[in-house]
Write a protein that binds this ligand. Sequence first.
Ligand code: ZN
Length: 125
Amino acid sequence: MPLYTYQCECGSEFDRFLKLASYKEPQTCECGKIAEKKLTFCSVSVMEAYQSPVTGEWIETPRQRRIDLKNSGSREWEGREQETKAAQDREKDFDKMLDKSAEKSAVEAWQALPSETKKVLEKAS
Ligand SMILES: [Zn+2]
């Protein structure tokens, strides 16, 4: 569905997805007035359709894009502050994972030691 931009005399501007057949219908602004269709050179669409790498479905609207991002575990860019925080969280998780795997390796290495060596080490500690 093509996206059209409307300009109201109150100053606000809004986008509507409309079927081609109904694009001439007047659109009401939040303020209650009838807004005029804005004539722009690219009034048909704000985003290019693309095929989801996850589902293979065609993504044509911002709504479909949000759902697709959610399904793939991705999300929209939320601004520098939020992105920095998310990156720090990921780093923390990664550290935890490293700690765990280091701990696991240590335990496994310990278990693999000959019992004589273990006894010597236990006395030493
Ligand atoms: Zn208005």
